[in-house]
Design a protein around this ligand. Structure first.
Ligand code: PLP
Length: 400
């Protein structure tokens, strides 16, 4: 059958947010003012010195290929920043710079997972984790967590999920979509369970700098140096420096794993864009006041968002430790009648909210948590307040 699509795609879901996004765009095109809580990117601009560095790099001729795994100056900046921010010492040969953290994770999937392997993924999970595992023919195994446990996988749940086929465990802290993050003692307990089990730990720390109150993000590499030879850390500038479009992320892994990742990347994208790498050097080496003010703004927005959602009858929302997502239990809104039918799923709720309150969100089912909605509060407090009032009115109308 020469003209069929690759069977590996049969099990892969297209991005679940697309249908919602299409509907939101249709509404916008009609002139409707849509409250956009769907996209997972900061609404801030990158720091000015980052943009300046990129302009200078263009003028200085940063138009050629770089080393596949990244420019030496960027790898040095990554090593220094990892030591400064995470307390973890890494060598440049352990770093591979990729076209965003998503690409870094995909490289890892290609380099480590194969058919027959199980990869443990705590739910709610970031949408790409299970799909990347499926694309390379391995089996994602979802480990349930509960809101009561702060959406954190318990050592017991991890222990029950591990099998001789477990090739890797993917952790994301702070998490997209819940914003919850592991405290050091919780992380230590998970690492104790993993220690006797021969498998990889992939830890996505892309939101590590976006934490609130006095929460301190702890890298597993800092507290379990003895497990470093099987850890892959994922990070990047997309979220902390509001640089989603620049596409620079990286993996930090043992040298032989980084070599394998480089081989994969060398046959796919080669290097991350040279100019973007120069911008990332400036971001990592420069002052962090923009990050600090973004964090302060996000924390205020989180408080307004969470309090607003909890003030709506039928909605419950846990206060997250980090990232910029509020993950709300909206099952209390089931039963509201819309188009002659009662709302009965998170997808129904999301389409109803878009239609009746002009609020765009992502249904929790996309993250393995039906009944919940993810609100990305990368919007101004004024817009958050506006959206909360729009939802409140829609609920009141719906309940008649
Ligand atoms: C948990 C998580 N990891 C990785 C990424 C991808 O980051 P990047 O934009 O650098 O590819 C995202 C982006 O939404 C994310 O939420």
């Amino acid at each position: 059958m020469p003209r069929t699509l690759a069977t590996r795609l049969k099990a892969v879901l297209p991005s679940a947010t697309l249908a919602m996004n299409t509907r939101a765009l249709e509404l916008k095109a009609k002139g409707v003012d849509v409250y956009a809580f769907g996209v997972g990117e900061p609404d801030f601009e990158p720091p000015a010195h980052v943009l300046e560095a990129a302009k200078k790099a263009i003028d200085a001729g940063a138009s050629k290929y770089t080393a596949v795994s990244g420019m030496p100056a960027l790898k040095k900046a990554i090593c220094e920043a990892t030591l400064r921010m995470r307390g973890v010492s890494v060598a440049p040969e352990e770093v591979c710079v990729s076209v965003g953290a998503k690409h870094a994770l995909f490289n890892v999937a290609l380099a480590l997972y194969e058919p027959g392997d199980e990869v443990l993924i705590p739910a709610p999970y970031w949408v790409s984790y299970p799909e990347q595992v499926r694309i390379v023919g391995a089996d994602p195994v979802v480990v349930e967590t509960s809101e009561e446990n702060g959406w954190r996988m318990t050592p017991d749940a991890l222990s029950r999920a591990l099998t001789p086929r477990t090739k890797a465990v993917i952790l994301c802290t702070p998490s997209n979509p819940t914003g919850s993050a592991y405290r050091e003692d919780e992380l230590r307990a998970l690492l104790d369970v993993l220690r006797p089990h021969d498998c990889w730990l992939v830890c996505d720390e892309i939101y590590g700098e976006i934490v609130y109150d006095d929460f301190k993000h702890v890298s597993p590499a800092k507290i379990a140096p003895d497990l470093r030879d099987r850890m892959v850390l994922i990070d990047g500038v997309s979220k902390s420096f509001a640089m989603t479009g620049w596409r620079v992320g990286w993996s930090l892994a043992p040298k032989h794993v980084t070599k394998a990742i480089e081989t994969v990347q060398g046959q796919s994208t080669t290097n991350a864009t040279a100019v973007a790498q120069h911008a990332a050097v400036a971001a990592l080496n420069g002052p962090l006041d923009a990050l600090q003010s973004m964090r302060t703004a996000f924390q205020r927005r989180r408080d307004v968002m969470v309090a607003g959602l909890n003030s709506i009858p039928g909605v419950r929302c846990r206060k997250p430790e980090g990232a910029f997502y509020a993950f709300a239990d909206c099952r209390g809104l089931y039963g509201i009648s819309w188009n002659g039918k009662p709302l009965a799923s998170d997808e129904d709720l999301a389409f109803w909210l878009l239609d009746q309150a002009h609020v765009a969100v992502v249904p929790g089912g996309a993250f393995g948590a039906p009944g919940y909605l993810r609100f990305s509060y990368a919007v101004s407090e004024e817009r958050i307040n506006g959206a909360v009032e729009a939802i409140r009115s829609a609920v009141a109308r719906g309940r008649g």
